[in-house]
Write a protein that binds this ligand. Sequence first.
Ligand SMILES: Cc1cc2nc3c(=O)[nH]c(=O)nc-3n(C[C@H](O)[C@H](O)[C@H](O)COP(=O)(O)OP(=O)(O)OC[C@H]3O[C@@H](n4cnc5c(N)ncnc54)[C@H](O)[C@@H]3O)c2cc1C
Length: 546
Amino acid sequence: MKEYYPADLRIAIVGGGSAGWMCAAYMAKYLKDVRISVIESPSVGTIDVGESTGTHFATFINKLGIDVEDMMRETGATYKLGTNYAGWTGKDSEDYFHFKFNQSNANFSKKIDKARKYKAKSIFDRLQLKHNHNIRDYITVNKEDRLTDTFLSAYNSGQLKGFDDWHGWESFSKLNKFPAELFTQRSLQYAYHVNSEQLGKYLRDKVAMPAGVRHIQSHITDIEYKKGSNAINYLLLEHGGFEVADLYIDCTGFKRLLTSDRHTVQYDTPANTAYVRQRDYNDPAQEMLNCTRAQAMNRGWTFEISLFHRQGTGYVTNSDRYPEQELIDEFVNHFKHTEEPRKLKWVPERLENQAKHNVVAIGISNGFIEPMDANMFGIIANGITNTVDTVRAQRSLLKTRSVDWTEQNKNMASIYDDVKDFILAHYTLSNRPGDFWEDMRAIGRSQNHADMVRDKYMNPANEFRHGDKQSFFPDILWLQLAINWGLDVSDWVKDKDSTDYVQYQLDTIGAIKRHSSKFPNNYIYLQNIYGMKSEDFKKKILGDVD
Ligand SMILES: Cc1cc2nc3c(=O)[nH]c(=O)nc-3n(C[C@H](O)[C@H](O)[C@H](O)COP(=O)(O)OP(=O)(O)OC[C@H]3O[C@@H](n4cnc5c(N)ncnc54)[C@H](O)[C@@H]3O)c2cc1C
């Protein structure tokens, strides 16, 4: 344990869910001379759902510098290669993949370098070397690091049927294989399935507290404001003490303990309820999936998320609009659950301003739309990094209460609004039959969502670049949405394309398809990381619950 030291900046994080501990871990690493406290109520639990993540979260975890496989072993996490959307288009073939993880030229050139280093041992390495010259040319010409035009040209000319032909992960997902060799070279983008509660505890015990973060287990009973101001002066604790800080972070989830008086922006997304239930594996080699599964249903959609010791399932729908028992029956029958599910209900919204005076909201307290596209852990990561940037830039002002949060508030509002647009278009552009989907399509037509998706793709601010500072949903994700949902993209090419690059990609995908059956089963691969079977890990993790 680090010694506490007199710090010139005091930060009080209220809430010990995953948002609170992600925040504490990151701030302890990236802010110097701070005293960070996490205050967690012993009587109010964490939300204990939320298991699918995206690449923003994976980047965040890497920035914490933790041993990822250790984190996985302690939390039951698995690797996630993408999301399998099933039944959304209404076509005959209901299944397809919507792999959202980007791959930039920078990644490809890294792969080429790695291939050299490993002396071109594998079929993939040999392909990379074979095409090296042409791809290098392509990268040199396309300094902007964009691949979408190349994809679009090949797609529009009929060389590719969709993104499955481009990424090739379909083969791994269909066979539930893990692309170990490609993966261990770390040239792929990936994320995790992770239990939010266990993640919070891991970051608490292995990152935040060893770095000197104080953990106060007490319920906050009152908030004292500074005289003549809306800034917080101190927090009153149930056991009689108080906590005073320069900056307060509200991570109290739906309670919004420090921010309940703030204006909100409400969203017109259709879901406001989820019925959730965990289930055990019968045959982990078959059932432990390397992607999140999102299945369209009569009145919403279900998620299926594979941790190492169990699956999380849920039905995301609207319990104000439809009879509750019908929704529960649909969910229970779909997954063959034998027990009643747990119900979670929310208002889809965000705070108008994430930060005001000396209080910032991070996590569900800042807003929650719905679980689609595993957006929240990414939003949380962005909320934290934005806050750290503002604090670093204006640290001295925190003592005088005149921090300018305008830029940060704008960033976070635009992330939420983008997420809302992205989610809504999944519903409104779907051709799935049924009353619910008909209503969604009517909204899509009246709000012209096909054009909205095109505008997002064309927006230069969304051009995908390798590195940190990219928009939450870069252009390639809007393009995947457009292609998978069947929009006409024949005039979407913005820039140059590269025939050489397409050939390289087609050769690689061909090789993947031919060789994918030789890769290890997803569960077997994970079993090696865990050093034990799923059922033994389940006993261990249940024994560890504190
Ligand atoms: C159905 C559903 C599915 C979801 N799926 C996903 C997903 O797949 N991917 C994803 O990224 N996100 C998902 N989310 C969101 C995700 O669960 C949350 O964003 C994440 O767990 C962070 O929660 P939190 O820390 O903000 O809040 P919580 O976990 O609710 O933590 C709140 C904390 O505040 C404390 N607290 C409350 N009141 C007081 C008080 N008076 N004094 C002191 N402490 C107090 C509590 O003790 C607790 O520690 C989902 C959400 C829902 C509802």
